[in-house]
Design a protein around this ligand. Structure first.
Ligand code: GPW
Length: 833
């Protein structure tokens, strides 16, 4: 393929140094330029939000410069590229991250303050891009940051939802969902690409044509066609000009009008019909881990992978004559099963549009896909009705049947499997409601690798949900323990700690080599260092306190333990157990004499998180937390020994304040249920101590930080199945019973409304084993209080938490994916002398 020969490195990266200048005056000129010509406001009069948009546009120019150069450089070198396919990217804000990664924080700060604007306030004007539910979507965003920073030739692909994660309003303790129309004032970080557009087909039927050489040709005559338009989001690496692309697709009506309908005179209703295309990308499904089976969701999945695969194949074909090199040039990671339709879609493109034949197409397909599983909870596993797939994607359903047929043959012939076991491994499951497609099995059969997201989780999938597959293909299974980006989750969100770490280690190299944090351990015993560490924590706590003051009007007790549990509300995460222990703590304080109260360690309990709109139990848990909060916070007997707050609308931007400001964080899922967890890593990095179970990544965090520096409790994953089957015989701990009684007897009001919650943890119904773990949990809480009384010891553990968190950088995770799964290598942009 032709390569423009002027694309040499000298020219490419010479440009970066000479075009947009980053001195304060040049930046001010560019901001004012955007005020006048992009926003069309007067350069003499613009408000804080306009200052944000103008500064964002000025920064966008600098991102585009790097983005263009990076993309041209990658194209020139044509290395193997990795594509990260995800239905969610939970990006949060971009401004501060871009300033930091481009290394232009200082000049922008000066430029803005010179114009009369405060960076902190300007930065707050940005709305979060919340195109994700929680951990899975945020992981995808951390991965993009690491892929850019590691100079990988990588792309993210997803959907540009017009409504992101709903805004949570809590009114009288009840969650209300409000639409997040985040694009209202325009989104300065995206670049619309009207010319990067592909048709995406739905419905219709398949016809077979005999070709001249006697081969069967399948033609899909679609019943509906929409256009996918690309919106590119530049993702800058830290301390590298490398800027990769997150390409999000938006659905638009297709250009070719149904002329017949237009000519019959019903012009207006024909237009309105066309407009319906746009609903495909209108809203993010806000349920974390409950499979719903909605047609629109299946449409979204196909829309995303179809546009993405057309784009990837087009890019490949631009530079290659045949498909021979496709597996050496393309790796695709499926973020859970949500993009699994990419598998039959690639098969369809290769067979029906490029006439490669089954064997060759399958050989290629099985070399390019790999898949990550993020949960063992059965209710989250996707199973689409065959009838629905058949209706929406008739050709894909045929291909899935063919894949399954050959797979079952292989099981019989090569693995000697027959009878019931064949049925249990089949991609197609027969149920009383009809046949279902098990998406995880489809992903497993076609992927060269499947991975879990923490060591314990990767072990569990081999023993439980994918056991039979592990038996035949042990070599397909890997572990890739999750990580988070230390740029956003330490360097940017906690500047005082950033400065202290850099000063102590004598280098800021930890921002790209997080392992260096272990150098802090040598200072853990040092009293003056402990003093400085404690001061930094107080500063971060003050920021969190001020956030809560704005929300509630209360002044927090700064001597209290700031005890935080923030994550999606789910029964398996056991926010209920947390609030039960708070109720008990309250009851204990109530019965104390003034003298006894002097010994109490004060606590501020902060809980936040969204419930899926249809998840009734989760919504009752929110109401319970609010009810306990109401009673406790207004009880003069308690004063500031105990406060409880439910923080509404927990999101990425709030996390950036809450995580650094916490002393203690709760990671208390029933062992074996939380695949990894990632907030645990963010908290540990910021010196917050973990109270938690031996679940998910907590296990590996304990290996790194030391169990003695955490508050570990509860039964292990291996014991859970037996305990579950013995639940009805459990001798319930009296303290547990007492806490339950308080709620049941209406101590916090709403007793009737809470009774389904109580039932859910009673006797044999207690699926998540709250009763089993409660005593051990209270004991761990007691150890927390004891530890807090010894300030030096607590601070030492806090330092060791940060020091031991080096493994949990997403840089390490991505490096492992690149080496062990994708086979892609860094392509550092070489800057000439
Ligand atoms: F169900 N996770 C999530 F596995 O945030 F798909 N949403 C989801 O829909 C799923 C998983 C799914 C989370 C896991 O619960 C968490 O343990 C993990 O740390 C995170 O994904 C990233 O791997």
């Amino acid at each position: 393929a032709p390569q423009p020969d002027h694309l040499n490195r000298e020219l490419l990266y010479g440009l970066l140094d000479s075009y947009l200048k980053n001195d304060v005056v040049s930046i001010q000129e560019s901001i004012v330029h955007h005020v006048e010509f992009t926003l069309a406001r007067s350069r003499y009069k613009f408000d804080t939000r306009e200052a944000y948009f103008a500064a964002a546009h000025s920064l966008r120019d600098r991102l585009i410069e790097r983005w263009n150069d990076t993309q041209a450089w990658i194209k020139h070198k044509d290395p193997k590229r990795v594509y990260y396919l995800s239905m969610e990217f939970l990006m949060g804000r971009t401004f501060l991250n871009a300033l930091h990664n481009l290394g232009v924080m200082q000049p922008y700060q000066h430029a803005l303050s010179g114009l009369g604007y405060d960076m902190e306030k300007v930065q707050q004007a940005e709305r979060d891009a919340a195109l994700g539910n929680g951990g899975l979507g945020r992981l995808a965003s951390c991965f993009l940051d690491s892929m850019a920073t590691l100079n990988l030739p990588a792309w993210g692909y997803g959907i540009r939802y017009e409504y992101g994660m709903f805004r949570q309003v809590v009114s009288e303790g009840f969650q209300k969902e409000q639409p997040d129309y985040w694009l209202t004032f325009g989104y300065p970080w995206e670049i619309q690409r009207p010319h990067v557009a592909y048709p995406v087909k739905f419905y219709g039927h398949v016809s077979v044509h005999e070709s001249q050489d006697g081969r069967q040709n399948f033609v899909w005559n679609a019943g509906e066609e929409v256009t996918a338009v690309a919106y590119d989001n530049p993702i800058p690496g830290f301390k590298t000009p490398s800027t990769i692309n997150l390409r999000l697709w938006a659905a638009k009506p297709c250009q070719e009008f149904d002329l017949e309908a237009f000519n019959t005179g019903d012009y207006v209703s024909s237009i309105i019909d066309k407009q319906k295309a746009e609903t495909i990308t209108s809203v993010l499904y806000p349920d974390d881990k409950t499979f719903e089976g909605k047609e629109l969701r299946l449409k979204q999945q196909h829309f995303m992978v179809s546009a993405t695969l057309q784009d990837i194949v087009r890019r490949y074909k631009e530079q290659h004559e045949t498909f021979d090199a496709f597996p050496e040039k393309v790796a695709m990671q499926l973020n859970d099963t949500h993009p699994t339709l990419g598998i039959p879609e690639l098969m369809r493109i290769l067979m029906d549009e490029n006439h490669l034949g089954w064997t060759r197409s399958w050989e290629i397909t099985t070399k390019v896909f790999s898949f990550t599983n993020h949960t063992v909870l059965p209710e989250a596993l996707e199973q689409w009705p065959v009838s629905l797939v058949e209706k929406l994607l008739p050709r894909h359903m045929q291909i899935i049947y063919d894949i399954n047929w050959r797979f079952v043959q292989e099981l019989e012939q090569n693995h000697g499997i027959s009878g019931d076991k064949l049925g249990s491994m089949s991609i197609i499951l027969d149920t009383e409601y009809g046949k279902m497609v098990r998406m995880a099995y489809l992903a497993l059969v076609a992927s060269h690798t499947v991975n879990g997201v923490a060591a314990i989780h990767s072990k569990l999938i081999k023993e439980t949900i994918f056991k039979e597959f592990h038996d035949i293909w042990p070599e397909k299974f890997q572990n890739k323990t999750n990580g988070v980006t230390q740029r956003r989750w330490l360097a940017q969100c906690n500047p005082p700690l950033n400065r202290l770490i850099t000063e102590t280690l004598g280098t800021e190299a930890w921002i790209t080599h997080l392992d260096l944090l272990k150098g802090l351990a040598a200072h853990a015993e040092d009293e003056t260092f402990q003093q400085k560490w404690a001061e930094v924590k107080v500063e971060a706590k003050a920021k969190l306190a001020s956030l809560l003051k704005d929300l509630t009007g209360d002044d927090l007790n700064m001597d209290a333990i700031f005890d935080v549990q923030v994550k999606r509300i789910h029964e398996y995460k056991r926010q209920f157990m947390n609030i039960l222990s708070v109720a008990l703590r309250y009851d204990r304080i109530k019965s104390m004499t003034e003298k006894e109260k002097e010994e109490v360690v004060p606590r501020v309990v902060i809980i936040g998180g969204k419930a899926a709109p249809g998840y009734d139990m989760a919504k009752r848990i929110i109401k319970l937390i609010s009810a306990v909060s109401e009673t406790v916070n207004n009880d003069p007997d308690v004063g500031d020994l105990l406060k409880v707050y439910f923080v509404p609308d927990y999101n990425v931007s709030l996390a950036e304040v809450i995580v650094p400001g916490s002393d203690l964080n709760q990671q208390i899922s029933t062992a074996g249920t939380e695949a990894s967890g990632t907030s645990n890593m963010k908290f540990a990095m910021n010196g917050s101590l973990i109270i938690g179970t031996m679940d998910g990544a907590n296990v590996e965090i304990a290996e790194e930080i030391g169990e003695e520096n955490m508050f570990i409790f509860g039964v292990g994953a291996q014991e859970v199945p037996a305990l579950r089957s013995q639940r009805e015989y459990l001798q319930v701990d009296p303290q547990f019973q007492h806490a339950v009684n308080l709620i049941q007897n209406g101590h916090f009001g709403w007793a009737d409304y809470f009774s389904p919650l109580i039932e859910s943890i009673t006797g044999s119904r207690d699926w998540y084993l709250l009763a089993n773990d409660f005593e051990s949990y209270l004991d761990a809480q007691e150890r927390v209080d004891q530890e807090w009384r010894d300030k030096a010891s607590w601070t030492r553990k806090s330092i060791l938490s940060t020091a031991g968190s080096g493994k949990f950088s997403s840089d390490r995770t991505i490096h492992e994916y690149a080496e062990d799964i994708w086979g892609v290598e860094p392509l550092p942009p070489t800057i000439p002398e």
